[in-house]
Design a protein around this ligand. Structure first.
Ligand SMILES: [Zn+2]
Length: 193
């Protein structure tokens, strides 16, 4: 894999304090099959509409994938999980437990007929050259995805921070790995070393 084999897909915009915020999932073009990191949204609810005014682009969500990873289970990261009934969806056990708390997410977007979660307790390999690293903080079971490429380590860091300006404090465990490139869910451009 090369750097360009880990790429963002802009799948939603929400409004935060009057500002539009892009939301992305990330695709890993793995030789054994495409991996999706987070799944965007395929619909909304009256409550979410009221709070976040989401605009969603479900037609952009890749369907031809071999496995899914959720960095965490907030609504804008797991809303498309229902497209992937029967496929393994990798999530930290602590995150799935957190998602059972009232108000955490949209429960039926997480627990649906055919959902096949693979619950992880900590760091784990999920495909050759791809592993997850727990990066709690934003949520109790938040995880990041580490991809070894010929060009260096690429990290899909989800919501470790919303903005690059906040990353140095929140992302220490990732920076220690000296990655070549980092992606965040709500930033459009990666951070390159
Ligand atoms: Zn989040």
């Amino acid at each position: 894999m090369r750097l360009a084999d880990v790429r963002p897909v802009h799948v939603a915009d929400v409004v935060v304090e009057g500002e539009p915020w892009p939301g992305h999932l990330h695709v890993i073009e793995h030789p054994d099959g495409r991996i999706l990191v987070d799944t965007g949204m395929i619909d909304s609810t009256p409550e979410l509409d009221e709070e976040w005014r989401p605009r969603i682009y479900p037609e952009r969500i890749p369907r031809d994938v071999s496995l899914v990873v959720n960095t965490h289970l907030h609504f804008d990261h797991c809303g498309g999980n229902r497209l992937f009934a029967g496929l393994p969806i990798y999530v930290q056990r602590a995150e799935r437990e957190a998602a059972r708390e009232p108000g955490y997410t949209i429960p039926e977007w997480v627990e649906f007929h055919g959902a096949r979660y693979v619950e992880l307790d900590g760091e784990a390999g999920i495909a050759p050259g791809v592993r997850v690293l727990p990066t709690p903080g934003h949520t109790p079971g938040h995880q990041s995805v580490l991809v070894e490429t010929e060009d260096g380590l690429v990290v899909v860091a989800g919501d470790v921070a919303y903005r690059w300006g906040d990353f140095d404090v929140a992302g220490g465990a990732i920076l220690d790995l000296e990655p070549r490139r980092i992606w965040l869910a709500h930033e459009t451009e990666p951070r390159d070393a």
